[in-house]
Ligand binder design. Structure first.
Ligand code: HSE
Length: 427
């Protein structure tokens, strides 16, 4: 049987693991694919770097030459970033080669160009590893659930921030302290911006929303708030409500109007399936019309888990190549508008330091009512100089909730708006 010839672009932690698995599992992979899967070459920037188990004779610095070489059938891109990855993938697709990529940043920024090229040149473009590492999530959305109508995707898709928030929840740690620990343990990078400012999660949300709603969504369309402003007080406030603070990626179909795609830290009940996701794990909760609620859980990062997802794609694409067919084409036919955050309906938790006097609660309630925001629950904690009001709202447009908080900041009876957090999930 003619082998499937694979070009690997990039050989860092994930790439090295892919090389190891292709070698170690070659017999099983050949049996599953129906043909041997062979490495044709590996493009790297620094060929002299030590890479245990990686055959030196396969290394090249000419990535485009390898990606478009005649004897290559399948290109695996694990370089990351926008360029040169985009040019290399387009080069490969234009020469009819199928592509497997783990590149969330590129797919979220310019997926439409890549999918169009795959369609035009009759090639596959698979990217399971780009969201939530090892967790099978994109294929279920793209294939298993494609006959259903998805209402909502709610996920913890960044392990670093989940680790940090979990430390804050478990030990009452401040953000900076928890970040330093995450860096010491190798969860967070020296420059943690992409994780803590939620650029990573926003890219993943864009990819999930596109698949769930058949609508083009880019990372720039995603409303994004990171976790750097989350305080120990926010976390303690959540605890007092039997909730936990999580960085949530939320993709929602808003009936007849469009989709809302957003990433921010929010309170979620501990009893919600996402409330019990600890450490650096990822989990994604999908709500669909006929399927109901589904939960996907597992390791969202790391060399071996990511390589598992890439290998799954390599086998799927290789089977297509051997069978002379191709996988399902990407479609964004629905082209729903992405709604601005202000129009998105959310709920707020607000904690206020107030003067403990007659009439203060009525004045505060009036601010909410004046902005058309209905209150679900009010609780007072402490008294005298130490009085705090905790207010949880019913759902309202985010614009109205944000305006209410702004006016409370300068209200004469409010000493300080101590904590503001969105609330997701019923409780
Ligand atoms: N840095 C990401 C995380 C993994 O912490 O989950 C890669 O997307």
């Amino acid at each position: 049987m003619k082998p499937v010839r694979v070009a690997l672009l990039g050989c860092g932690v994930v790439g090295t693991e892919i090389v190891r698995l292709l070698e170690e599992q070659s017999d099983d992979l050949a049996a599953r694919v129906g043909a041997p899967v062979e490495l044709a070459g590996i493009a790297v920037r620094r060929p002299d770097r030590v890479r245990p188990g990686v055959p030196r004779d396969l290394l090249t610095t000419d990535a485009m030459g390898l990606a478009t070489r005649e004897d290559v059938d399948l290109v695996v891109e694990v370089i990351g970033g926008i360029e040169p990855a985009r040019s290399l993938i387009l080069g490969a697709l234009k020469t009819g080669k199928s592509v497997v990529s783990a590149n969330k940043a590129l797919l979220a920024e310019d997926g439409e160009t890549l999918f169009a090229a795959a369609r035009e040149f009759g090639a596959d473009l698979y990217y399971e590893a780009s969201v939530a590492g090892a967790i099978p999530l994109l294929r279920p959305l793209r294939e298993s659930l494609v006959g259903d109508r998805i209402h909502r995707v709610l996920g913890i898709v960044n392990g670093t921030t989940n680790y940090i928030l979990d430390q804050m929840d478990t030990h009452g740690a401040a953000f900076t302290e928890a970040l330093e620990e995450a860096q010491a343990l190798g969860y967070a990078e020296a420059d943690p911006t992409a994780d803590v400012e939620a650029f990573d999660a926003a890219a993943k949300a864009a990819i999930l929303a596109r698949l769930a709603f058949h609508t083009p969504v880019t990372a720039a369309d995603v409303h994004r708030e990171g976790i750097t402003e989350v305080t120990a007080q926010d976390v303690a406030g959540a605890k007092s409500m039997d909730c936990v603070v999580k960085l949530l990626a939320i993709c929602e179909r808003v009936e007849d109007r469009g989709v809302s795609v957003r990433v921010y830290p929010a309170m979620i009940p501990r009893s919600h399936p996402l409330g019990s996701v600890r450490g650096a794990f990822n989990a994604v909760f999908v709500e669909a019309e006929s399927a109901g609620s589904l939960m996907f859980y597992g390791a969202g990062a790391g060399g071996a888990p990511t390589a598992s997802a890439v290998l799954g794609d390599i086998v799927a694409v290789s089977r297509n190549l051997v069978g002379g067919t191709s996988g399902p084409a990407e479609t964004s036919y629905a082209a729903l508008p992405v709604l601005p955050m202000g129009e998105t309906v959310t709920r707020y938790y607000v904690q206020l330091d107030v003067a403990d006097q007659a009439g203060v609660l009525a004045q505060v309630a009036e601010e909410f009512a004046g902005h058309g925001v209905s209150i679900q629950a009010v609780r007072q904690e402490g008294h005298g100089d130490d009085a705090q009001l905790v207010i949880v709202t019913h759902a309202a447009p985010d614009r109205a909730l944000a305006a209410t908080v702004e006016s409370l900041r300068t209200h004469p009876s409010v000493r300080e708006v101590a904590s503001v957090m969105r609330v997701e999930g019923d409780f």
